[in-house]
Design a protein around this ligand. Structure first.
Ligand code: FBP
Length: 551
């Protein structure tokens, strides 16, 4: 395979580890603290996790480790959407295992959790991992969104792990995949199998974070990539001075990506879904926010601008939220019948029976392509796939219509030409920034340390991330500690709590303090491309979100 000159140089990059992990393995001990409680619903969770609830926090520190040299067989899964740095998690895990014992083995499960269910594996060797060090993507073993949820799935997973003689399974994934990791850890113990399960916090969306998990890996690189692109578009807009650019950004329900991109680039408008929900803003009110900026800028002679739109915003607009919830519930119950309806008209007619009058009227009045997108298949967790809804186009059309009205009323005399963009896939497999390369390698190495220490039902955790890597603190957090019970499709289930944007948090406040100025004036910042080699203040920057939250 031909590789770029930059990639060749990246192969040689040696990820930095926290100082505690640079010791010889026999000198890295895992200290255990007090038993930890879950975030909420402790009573229910104790019943779900009879064996794994209430474990203590674990911290890697200098000490004695007599088990580090044990021969181990470990399986690893990449689960869900791609995030920059996944290959380095596997590299860190592999290097730890081999450092501990040359005869230890690492198996990659192919295509996500289904690889474990169906026993599809690839033995990871020194040569194979070397070809993926510090690269983006999940292509070493590929990923998938299968959920281990039925009793048959759990039984098949155990059978595979036993057949391979595994000591442990590492699941690299987001909140849902790590919830699955917790359930699997519990299940293995219930079945009397001595197979450990360790999770790793992955997702570009940045919504797997809490007191202990400071950020999920991939967020740093993905958002820097989007910010570079947004900066380029903003500069184009400021050069040609003739277009508004509506840019939808990935992130599912959470607006962390949009918020960080706004802090990096200073767009004229950035919607924050969590605020839209908090203020119960209707679709018309959201449109008005954008229109207000367009009108004010036009009055200055600036008929151009940049608006950032988190992909999940439609789910937070009260009337749209109600419609989506009703659609999800209908699909969960009548999905098979619904799937038989061939035409859009037939589907609408079918839904008339199950949706409330308000939701049905809204659906009928949406532009047909948007309404059709809302009816597409749900993901394996039963959620609408927000990345497939062209919210940016919906907003362009609604803003355009509103401006026409204002023109008639003599309140607007500008020119409105707009382009829609969607940034998501452009960043998910970008070459990891130095931060993500280091963080991911450290997470993988820590996962190995936790396995060697005999722990199960933990997520690999590296903290103090706003400081230089040497000062990072590695350890493990019991997965149940990050959980509460939530209603999912009518049933109360244990889940890892998703972190949405905190409207009282420093990143949102920093944005809110500036946005009125950005809405009118042209204040764009052009962050440029991620730098891998050069002065550390250029190459080792964390995200603004992490800096504001952790310093
Ligand atoms: P994860 O939660 O799996 O990390 O998802 C990340 C993500 O990129 C979301 O931002 C986006 O909505 C979704 O994946 C798109 O999914 P798909 O790759 O299946 O189209």
């Amino acid at each position: 395979m031909e590789i770029s000159i930059l990639q060749k140089a990246r192969y040689a990059y040696k990820p930095k580890l926290p100082a505690s992990l640079t010791e010889e393995l026999e000198h890295i001990a895992v200290a255990l603290g007090e038993p930890a409680e879950a975030l909420g619903d402790q009573g229910d969770l104790k019943l779900y996790f009879r064996n794994t609830y209430g474990k203590p926090l674990a911290v890697c520190e200098k000490g004695k480790n007599e088990k580090a040299g044990k021969k181990l067989r470990v399986g690893v899964i990449l689960s869900g959407g791609q995030a920059p740095g996944g290959h380095n998690v596997i590299a860190g895990l592999y290097d730890g295992l081999k450092k501990g014992n040359r005869e230890s083995a690492l198996y990659g499960f192919l295509g996500g959790p289904s690889g474990l269910i169906e026993n599809k594996t690839l033995r990871i060797t020194g040569d194979s991992i070397d070809a993926y060090r510090n690269t983006g993507g999940f292509d070493i073993i590929s990923s998938g969104r299968t959920k281990i949820e039925t009793p048959e799935h759990f039984a098949a997973s155990l059978e595979t792990a036993k057949k391979l003689g595994l000591n442990a399974v590492v699941i690299i994934g987001g909140d849902d995949s790590n919830t699955n990791a917790a359930l699997l850890a519990e299940y293995f113990i219930e079945q009397g199998a001595d197979i450990q399960v360790i999770g790793c916090p992955k997702t570009i969306d940045g919504d797997l974070k809490n007191e202990h998990i400071e950020t999920s890996f991939g967020f740093d690189t993905a958002v820097k990539t989007y910010s570079e692109l947004i900066g380029n578009i903003a500069r184009d807009a400021n050069s040609a001075k003739k277009y508004w650019h509506f840019i939808k950004l990935m992130g599912r329900a959470a607006s962390h990506i949009a918020l960080e991109a706004a802090l990096q680039t200073h767009p004229n408008v950035c919607l924050i879904s969590e605020e839209v929900e908090h203020k119960k803003q209707s679709l018309a009110a959201v449109v008005e926010t954008i229109v207000s900026s367009v009108v004010k800028r036009a009055a200055r002679g600036d008929n151009f601008g940049v608006a950032l739109i988190p992909e999940g915003v439609v789910e937070f607009i009260p009337e749209m939220k109600k419609l989506i919830e009703e659609l999800n519930d209908t699909m969960a119950v009548y999905g098979t019948e619904f799937a038989k309806k061939d035409s859009f008209i037939d589907r609408l007619y079918f839904l008339d029976r199950y949706l409330s009058e308000q939701s049905y009227t809204l659906l009928k009045n949406l532009p047909a392509d948007i309404a059709e997108q809302l009816l597409l298949d749900r993901d394996p967790h039963g959620n609408v796939q927000v990345s497939r809804i062209d919210t940016e186009k919906l907003l362009i059309s609604m803003v355009g219509k509103r401006l026409e009205q204002l023109e008639v009323e003599g309140k607007y005399a500008g020119r409105f030409g707009a382009y829609g963009h969607f940034f998501g896939y452009e960043g998910r497999c970008a070459a990891p920034s130095n931060f993500d390369a280091d963080y991911c390698y450290s997470l993988g190495y820590t996962a190995f340390i936790l396995i060697a220490a005999g722990l199960t039902g933990y997520i690999s955790c590296v903290k103090n991330l706003a400081a230089p890597a040497q000062e990072w603190v590695a350890g493990g957090v019991p997965l149940t500690m990050m959980m509460n019970m939530e209603q999912r499709h009518g049933v109360k289930k244990p889940v890892i709590k998703k972190a949405l944007v905190d409207l009282n948090g420093k990143p949102f406040k920093a944005f809110a303090a500036e946005r009125e100025t950005w809405a009118v004036k042209t204040c764009y910042v052009y962050p440029g491309a991620i730098q891998y080699f050069g002065p550390s203040d250029v190459c080792e920057q964390t995200t603004i979100t992490l800096r504001l939250e952790r310093t």
